[in-house]
Write a protein that binds this ligand. Structure first.
Ligand SMILES: C[S@@+](CC[C@H](N)C(=O)[O-])C[C@H]1O[C@@H](n2cnc3c(N)ncnc32)[C@H](O)[C@@H]1O
Length: 361
């Protein structure tokens, strides 16, 4: 279980949105000055770049460089790899500003490579750029021609069943989710006051980073962390600050969900499932929640036509991997209405995630 979480501090939403729109305008101007064929070749080059990122990430180079620069000879010896190919990987990454190369084939971290450290995004990068993902994306046409998840070509059973069968994949997956939760949770907590509620049930809450961050900030709130048995362990020793306020329950949200919460949260859950599966989960929540309770879906809401959005890219990841989808506001409204909920509000956060608060009809 998480020790008391330390969260980053972000600037206000309007400032980040403004900075983002300036950055995107500059990128558009840069594209105007580039021949379209060159733009396309630069997109293609991203495949090779991602291969290089994946290798350096898996070798843990950003963590090795925490204590200062290293020569390629030292890096190769510490990672059990060959100097020449490793140098070519590092040289390419340095040309993109991901590491910094100085004289004598010495490399150091930059702000960007620091994001590959374990305490930042290492496990998420390993999960999203692992060899299985390269195989899946090589066959993406399968989804386009059949409407099914591409991953079924390599993983016959459900994705979570597959994850649960291997302790290594399971550990990597859960740590990957915690990596991104650390970035998202500060944005969520600065957008919403959770002390309006007395008992929050986080459904599919993973290792509990989100829920424990809420309980750490609001000392009167109680929480129930609910996830599959492969994720939440037995007899976990809980940190003192939780002081009996956290209960852990195991099970499947397709069967029953812990009862009695006045807020049910679903963070990054529904995008992994079809509309029919989402409706089953939402109806199961409705059955057990208090009459005056609320539901909060925390997901990307896909933007209108042509607007850039993380959700439009991660939608392809969901289509290929678990066979789910990212949704527009109208699509959320539709699955909520079919499950007996109405939307009260949709609140944007400084991250790509929005908070969709809904009440039972
Ligand atoms: C994308 S992760 C999100 C984890 C966490 N909410 C977060 O935002 O970091 C999906 C979570 O759903 C859980 N999950 C998948 N199938 C489930 C089921 N049938 N019942 C309960 N939890 C499930 C997974 O174990 C995993 O922790």
């Amino acid at each position: 279980m998480q020790p008391e979480p330390e969260l980053p501090v972000y600037p206000p939403v309007f400032f980040v949105k403004f900075a983002d729109s300036v950055r995107r305008s500059l990128a558009k101007i840069s594209k105007r000055f580039t021949h379209p064929n060159v733009t396309m070749l630069e997109y293609i080059q991203n495949l090779w770049l991602l291969g290089a990122i994946s290798v350096s990430n898996e070798l843990g180079i950003a963590d090795i460089l925490k204590d200062g620069p290293r020569t390629i000879k030292e890096l190769a010896s510490l990672t059990g790899t060959l100097e020449d190919p490793l140098y070519r990987i590092m040289r390419m990454l340095a040309s993109e500003g991901i590491f910094w190369e100085s004289g004598n084939m010495k490399f150091s971290n930059t702000k960007v490579s620091e994001s590959m450290q374990e305490k930042e995004l290492k496990f998420f990068i390993q999960h999203t750029l692992g060899s299985m993902q390269f195989r899946i994306f090589g066959e993406l046409m399968h989804s386009v021609k059949t409407g099914k998840r591409t991953s079924e070509l390599f993983i016959e059973k459900g994705v979570f069943e597959h994850i649960g069968e291997s302790p290594q994949i399971n550990e990597l997956y859960n740590r990957a989710m915690t990596n991104t939760s650390k970035m998202q949770v500060a944005a969520i907590l600065s957008s919403f006051r959770f002390n309006k509620f007395s008992h929050i049930v986080d459904v599919g809450g993973g290792l509990g980073f989100f829920l424990t961050a809420i309980l750490s900030k609001y000392r009167t709130v109680k929480g129930t962390l609910f996830d599959l048995p492969q994720v939440v362990g037995d007899n976990e020793k809980l940190p003192d600050y939780l002081n009996g306020r956290l209960t852990i329950e195991k099970g499947s949200f397709f069967d029953t969900i812990p009862a009695g919460g006045d807020l049910y949260t679903l963070k990054n859950i529904l995008h992994g499932w079809s509309d029919g599966d989402c409706i089953r989960i939402l109806k199961n929540i409705k059955k057990v929640m208090l009459n005056n309770g609320k539901l909060m879906i925390i997901e990307v809401v896909v933007e209108d036509m042509n607007k850039p959005s993380w959700g439009k890219a991660s939608d392809i990841f969901m289509m290929a991997g678990p066979g789910g989808k990212e949704r527009t506001r109208e699509e959320f409204q539709s699955i909520l209405e079919q499950s007996g909920f109405r939307i009260d509000e949709v609140r944007r956060t400084v991250s790509p995630l929005s908070l969709i608060v809904a009440s039972p009809e």
